[in-house]
Design a protein around this ligand. Structure first.
Ligand SMILES: Cc1cc2nc3c(=O)[nH]c(=O)nc-3n(C[C@H](O)[C@H](O)[C@H](O)COP(=O)(O)O)c2cc1C
Length: 181
């Protein structure tokens, strides 16, 4: 499956089978996470067969069940060595594959000339497939010629969301068609 297809088929899953992740898949995950850490300066960690992180009140509130594997996203704060846990992504074999989220109409998240280019609209459609905290979709993309800017709205984690939606935009629009400003 290519990344565009994966983006279309991806949904959040909160209920998992309590089955360990297969060795071959673990290997691929480890090597991809290593690459991501090198490129981003983040310190992501793969945690396997550890059921306690998702046993707390917040996890029950979020209706998680059977989570035993996750990726912890950790950044280094400033120049000191204190590590900050930013996000936790539950992974594993889902009991279901999740469902599509409701999306805002394109017009709510874009500013563009009267007849926007096709690549810009493909990018916008991709942003609306992205996961955002509480499905808030608080972002705006503006296009002038081939220059695109993206702005986060006010909301929890809206800056984290912005990074995720910008990546989706690049995949949908094609990096060769525009420049970020
Ligand atoms: C930054 C961020 C934080 C999130 N936090 C939570 C959370 O605390 N609990 C939860 O159940 N889902 C969380 N989600 C998942 C969103 O609720 C989910 O992505 C959104 O409802 C859209 O659904 P989808 O991912 O199935 O497309 C988070 C997503 C993002 C991007």
């Amino acid at each position: 499956m290519d990344l565009l297809q994966a983006m279309k088929e991806r949904h959040s899953v909160r209920s998992y089978d309590e089955k360990s992740i297969e060795a071959g898949t673990v290997e691929k995950l480890r090597s991809f996470i290593k690459e991501c850490n090198k490129e981003s300066g983040l310190h992501m960690q793969l945690v396997l067969d550890e059921p306690h992180a998702f046993e707390g009140f917040m996890a029950h509130y979020g209706k998680f069940s059977g989570v035993r594997n996750y990726i912890a996203l950790i950044s280094r704060k400033g120049n000191d060595l204190e590590e900050k846990l930013c996000l936790v992504i539950a992974i594993g074999y889902g009991q279901t594959q999740g469902v599509s989220h409701n999306s805002k109409p394109r017009e709510k998240v874009m500013n563009a000339e009267a007849a926007p280019q096709d690549w810009f609209l493909r990018g916008i459609d991709a942003t609306l497939l992205a996961p955002t905290a509480m499905n808030q979709q608080k972002f705006t993309f503006t296009c002038k010629g081939n220059l695109v800017s993206a702005k986060a709205g006010l909301g929890f984690y809206s800056k984290t969301d912005l990074g995720i939606v910008k990546y989706h935009f690049e995949l949908g629009a094609g990096r060769e068609n525009f420049r970020w400003v």
